[in-house]
Design a protein around this ligand. Structure first.
Ligand SMILES: Cc1cc2nc3c(=O)[nH]c(=O)nc-3n(C[C@H](O)[C@H](O)[C@H](O)COP(=O)(O)OP(=O)(O)OC[C@H]3O[C@@H](n4cnc5c(N)ncnc54)[C@H](O)[C@@H]3O)c2cc1C
Length: 343
């Protein structure tokens, strides 16, 4: 097929993200890790340090590599080059018109099929009716990634093979501190958009007090948002158009992992498009929505049923102090999704 990738950013570009990928992503992308690591950061992860913010940390080790740290700046550029698609980079989607079964993008590109892959704020999702910030319950997050100086490296007690995850007491979010080669990534995400700046400030104070990070980290954090699958619903498709990844709101609710669902939804979409054989009417593209439900679960089954807030904070402290709960539930199930086989 003749494919054009239109992106508002010139590549390589930064993407606000911790840059943690699970082995399922490596397999789904058929990533040649030796080739990739030759000129890029690919940090093997074999352990985690977890706990509550202002609490004590607990370490869980694995016998093998259970995840990798990448830099989105490198990772996304590598995949874009490898795809072989034609690109129009540094060009935002500004206009979208449809007539006679064809889309016209920016008054220039004509196509029978449009795939909205523009992330949380995707203009194609908005075209399909997404009401950003109005009816959607998003997680908002702030993050910083920087190359440490030799002094900062010496002062950083976070080990590269052991990312650190610290949960908010109400369990409505968590902060992370993630060392990848010579880079350090620090961030925090929470449900809703209230008090995020205070929460990230408090988190950094905690990390400094515990001596986990150097005292003089840059203070320009970057913000972004994402939807948790099953907690908000976006229209996924229409005649000649479908959404993948964050545009479709697919990040796993427990961890916020969104790279794996973005990659998997794109592969599922590609298969549905090939099978459609040029017939891109809504009814034909519905197979894509059906396969997404089969893969990620039906939306209604996931909504509701949250634990009351007071109970949450009491439970949080007890559960995150348990080695068993941390390994089997928090890490294996929520973050590594070891029970969920690859696509
Ligand atoms: C702080 C933070 C930390 C995260 N950490 C992790 C993590 O460690 N691991 C993980 O798996 N997930 C993580 N996620 C989630 C993950 O980043 C996303 O789920 C994932 O990037 C979604 O991929 P995507 O391709 O759908 O969208 P994106 O990666 O957001 O890509 C969208 C692309 O669309 C382009 N674009 C946007 N608007 C326009 C426009 N108007 N015109 C043209 N182009 C446009 C952008 O430039 C961008 O290149 C994190 C999210 C946040 C916010």
């Amino acid at each position: 097929m003749s494919v054009v990738v239109l992106d508002q950013a010139p590549f390589p570009r930064d993407k606000v993200c911790a840059g943690w990928i699970t082995p399922a992503v490596v397999r789904a992308l058929q990533l040649d890790t030796t080739d990739y690591a030759r000129e890029r950061v690919l940090q093997p992860i074999t352990a985690f340090r977890t706990g509550l913010i202002h609490g004590s940390g607990l370490e869980t080790r694995y016998p093998d590599t259970v995840s990798f740290g990448i830099r989105r700046r490198e990772f996304d550029d590598y995949l874009l080059q490898r795809s072989g698609a034609r690109t129009q980079l540094g060009q935002a989607l500004k206009s979208l018109d449809r007539s006679g079964g064809l889309w016209t993008v920016n008054g220039a590109i004509k196509t029978p099929l449009l795939i909205g892959a523009g992330g949380h704020f995707c203009p194609v999702a908005r075209f399909l009716g997404a009401k950003l910030g109005a009816t959607e319950a998003a997680v908002t997050a702030k993050e910083i990634e920087f190359e440490m100086s030799p002094e900062q490296r010496a002062d950083c007690r976070v080990r590269a093979d052991t990312p650190e995850l610290y949960f908010c007491r109400d369990l409505k979010g968590y902060g992370w501190c993630f060392r990848k080669g010579g880079y350090l990534n620090i961030g925090l995400g929470r449900e809703g958009n209230q008090g995020l700046s205070e929460a990230i400030g408090d988190f950094c104070d905690f990390l400094r007090e515990r001596g986990r990070i150097p005292g003089n980290i840059p203070d320009r954090f970057h913000g972004h948002a994402y939807l948790q699958y099953g907690r908000s619903r976006r229209k996924l498709l229409d005649d000649g158009v479908l959404l993948v990844g964050d545009a479709a709101g697919l990040a796993y609710p427990e961890s916020g992992e969104g790279i794996r669902p973005a990659v998997e939804s794109a592969l599922i979409a590609a298969a549905a498009v090939v099978e459609a054989g040029g017939d891109y009417r809504r009814q034909t593209l519905e197979t894509y929505a059906g396969r997404l439900r089969a893969r990620f679960g039906s939306v209604s089954a996931k909504a509701g049923g949250t634990v009351p807030e007071l109970l949450r904070s009491v439970l949080a402290s007890a559960l995150l102090g348990s080695h068993w709960f941390t390994r089997r539930v928090v890490l294996d199930r929520w973050f590594l999704r070891a029970h969920h086989p690859g696509l």
